[in-house]
Ligand binder design. Structure first.
Ligand SMILES: *Cc1c(COP(=O)(O)O)cnc(C)c1O
Length: 368
């Protein structure tokens, strides 16, 4: 790997392949795989990730919003794309770009039927979302009859799948709750299939659902975080490889005397003769202020260098008093030594948040 000369997010497609194949090895041969590539493929690079997974013959993609789906179509993605959280204002665009909506309440279902009919669609594929305990989006169990009558009154749409989402599949202490969600979803899908007269695809499991609940795999699974290398447990992390490494360089080294302060609000005060390094990455790049004041650290020459003082917009300063290093040397923020999950823990957050926070200003470098 060439040493970083500026702040870069390296994306390793071989690691992605490893993760995809590992997750697929958990499924039986008939279960389809949907890759969740929302939020720039969890802060990496949605176009590159989607193209690579399309070549590996992934069955489906999902993103949250319609504009994310449009960007994938613009990049040449032909695989079906589920839009998890569409808004009616963009339905014409959704249809033009052959994106498939998740419809989660009567309002949005009616709005979609109206637009699909106006656009003279027949059997337009839609996905019906049910709430089984997350209480975020979705029809309730007792809405089944209503959904069936609304969808069977029109030929404009066809229910391609019904699905739900698990609230804490990563937490084995809450097995009972997850079991209930699986049970509820089974009830809903049985009733739905019976009333509808045909069986749509069923899907429920996210990454931890794949790893922890074989009986939640159903017809398709939806994986995000696992593809990017995090399994929601130390044990599973051993089988997965983080695809993204965030690197930077030392721009300048300062030697500061006892009592001198560092950065805005003079938040750090030196206790003796100390050495600091200034690094070109700040809160505008996704390293939030909560990592400052010796919470977070970076790795320089294999050693921990704690962030001192407040995180600036474009820079952090780190303590390198006991590290043998020079201006221009490489800095690892997360990747091999400290993975994004461990880095996130220093600020009491989770891998999902830190990896999706890396802003578009940071150059993405694809490694194959
Ligand atoms: C984001 C999301 C996923 C992916 O979850 P991971 O834990 O990252 O695998 C799956 N399904 C839905 C509905 C989502 O919003």
């Amino acid at each position: 790997m060439p040493k970083a000369k500026e702040t870069v997010l390296e994306i390793d497609l071989n690691a992605l392949k490893n993760n995809y194949e590992y997750l697929k090895s958990k499924l039986n041969g008939n279960t389809k795989f949907l890759a969740v590539v929302k939020a720039f493929a969890y802060g990496s690079d949605a176009n590159e990730i989607a193209k690579y997974l399309q070549d590996l013959k992934v069955d489906y993609f999902a993103v949250a919003y319609i504009n994310e789906g449009v960007a994938l179509r613009d990049a040449g993605i032909k695989t079906p794309i589920l839009i998890l959280h569409p808004q009616a204002v963009n339905f014409k665009t959704l249809i033009e770009r052959c994106l498939e909506p998740s419809l989660y309440n009567a309002k949005i279902l009616n709005e979609f039927i109206q637009v699909a009919s106006q656009e003279k669609q027949t059997n337009y594929p839609v996905h019906i979302k049910f709430n089984t305990g997350l209480n975020r989006l979705g029809f309730q169990e007792n809405d089944v009859d209503n959904v069936v009558s609304l969808t069977s009154e029109t030929s404009a749409i066809k229910v391609k799948s019904i699905f739900s989402h698990l609230a804490e599949s990563e937490n084995l202490n809450e097995r009972e709750f997850t079991r209930q969600q699986i049970e509820r979803f089974t009830q809903i899908s049985n009733t739905f299939t019976e009333r509808m007269g045909y069986k749509p695809m069923l899907h429920l499991a996210n990454t931890s659902g794949i790893l922890n609940y074989v009986d939640a795999h159903l017809d398709m699974v939806r994986s995000g975080i696992g593809l990017y290398g995090y399994g929601n447990s130390e044990e599973e992390n051993k089988n997965l490889k983080p695809i993204a490494t965030l690197k930077s360089v030392i721009s300048q080294i300062h030697t500061i005397k006892s009592g001198e302060t560092v950065g805005y609000n003079r938040a750090y005060k030196s206790l003796g003769l100390e050495k600091t390094a200034t690094i070109p990455i700040g809160h505008a790049d996704g390293i939030g202020r909560q990592y400052g004041n010796k919470k977070g650290f970076v790795t320089i020459a294999g050693k921990k260098a704690f962030i001192i003082g407040n995180v600036c917009m474009d820079m952090i300063m780190v303590d390198i008093t006991n590290i043998d290093c020079h201006e221009g040397d490489e800095v690892i923020i997360f990747g091999d030594h400290t993975n994004a999950s461990q880095f996130a823990q220093t600020a009491n957050t989770i891998s999902y948040e830190i990896i999706t926070a890396i802003s578009q200003r940071v150059k993405r470098v694809i490694i194959t």
